[in-house]
Design a protein around this ligand. Structure first.
Ligand SMILES: Nc1ncnc2c1ncn2[C@@H]1O[C@H](COP(=O)(O)OP(=O)(O)OP(=O)(O)O)[C@@H](O)[C@H]1O
Ligand SMILES: [Mg+2]
Length: 220
C-alpha cells in the first residue's frame, strides 16, 4: 500500500520557483493498479520518483508498505529501493554488458540475495524470455528488452512496481503487449502497480486512472 499526504516538491526559489508537486494526497491499495496520466511537466515523474525513494519531497508524507520514507537515511533509502520497489523506465535501463539472465538477477546480486530458481523460471516463462536468457540487450527488440526489465523489477519480490512510460518507446502493438504483461505479472504476484502513460487506451487497463495537472491530482 502507498499513502501520500500533502506532498509538495518545489524546485528553485523566487520568481523562477517551479511547483512540480503542489499538495498531492493519495492512497493506492495493496495489489491495486493505478495509471497516472497528464500533460508534460505536470509532475508525474517527480511523483513516481519520490514514492520510489529516488527523490525527496519539499514537504509532505510518503508511506510505502509500512515504511515512512521521511525517517530514512541515505543507506536505508537504498535498502528500501532494493527491497520494496521495482522500477521500470521508458528506455529499459538494462546493463548492456550483462546477459538477459544476468540483468534479471542483478537486483538480487546487489542485495546479496539467493536466486530462487523456480521463481526465476516462472517469471521468465510468464514473460516469454526463455530463449533469450543468454543474449545481450542489444540483440533484443524493444518489447523484449522491456519484458526483461519487467522480470528484473519483479525478481526481488518488491511490494510496489513503479513504471514511468514503460511503453513510450514501443509501437502500439508492442506497447499493448508489454502493458498487458506488466498488468498480468503484477496481478499474479499481487504487487501494487503505478504506471505513468501518455496512452489513454493503456491507462484504461488500470483499476483507477489518476489525472495530474500542475502538480496536483484532479478528479475527472
Ligand atoms: N531536477 C529538476 N530541477 C528543476 N525543475 C525540475 C526538475 N525536475 C523536474 N522539474 C520541473 O518539474 C516539473 C514537473 O516535471 P516532471 O518531470 O515531473 O513532469 P512529467 O509530468 O513527468 O512530464 P513528462 O510527461 O514530460 O515526462 C516540470 O516543470 C519540470 O521542469
Ligand atoms: Mg515524466
Amino acid at each position: 500500500m502507498i499513502t501520500v499526504q500533502n506532498l509538495k516538491k518545489y524546485y528553485g526559489s523566487g520568481n523562477s520557483q517551479v511547483k512540480a508537486l503542489d499538495g498531492v494526497d493519495l492512497t493506492v491499495a495493496k495489489g491495486e493498479f493505478a495509471a497516472i496520466v497528464g500533460a508534460s511537466g505536470s509532475g508525474k515523474t517527480t511523483f513516481l520518483n519520490i514514492i520510489g525513494g529516488l527523490d525527496i519531497p519539499t514537504e509532505g508524507k510518503v508511506v510505502v508498505d509500512g515504511v515512512n520514507l521521511a525517517g530514512l537515511r541515505e543507506e536505508q533509502m537504498a535498502v528500501f529501493r532494493r527491497k520494496k520497489v521495482g522500477f521500470i523506465f521508458q528506455n529499459y535501463n538494462l546493463v548492456p554488458t550483462l546477459t538477459v539472465k544476468e540483468n534479471i538477477l542483478f537486483p538480487l546480486d546487489l542485495d546479496g540475495s539467493k536466486v530462487n530458481e523456480s521463481f526465476f523460471a516462472e517469471i521468465v516463462g510468464l514473460l516469454g524470455l526463455e530463449e533469450k536468457l543468454k543474449v545481450y540487450p542489444a540483440m533484443l527488440s524493444g518489447g523484449q528488452q522491456q519484458r526483461a526489465a519487467i522480470a528484473r523489477a519483479m525478481i526481488a519480490k518488491p511490494s510496489v512496481i513503479l513504471a514511468d512510460e514503460p511503453t513510450g518507446n514501443l509501437d502500439s502493438r508492442n506497447g499493448q503487449n508489454v502493458a498487458g504483461l506488466l498488468k498480468m505479472t503484477a496481478q499474479v504476484y499481487h504487487r501494487t502497480l503505478v504506471m505513468i502513460t501518455h496512452n489513454l487506451e493503456l491507462a484504461q487497463m488500470a483499476d483507477r486512472v489518476l489525472y495530474m495537472e500542475d502538480g496536483r491530482i484532479v478528479s475527472k
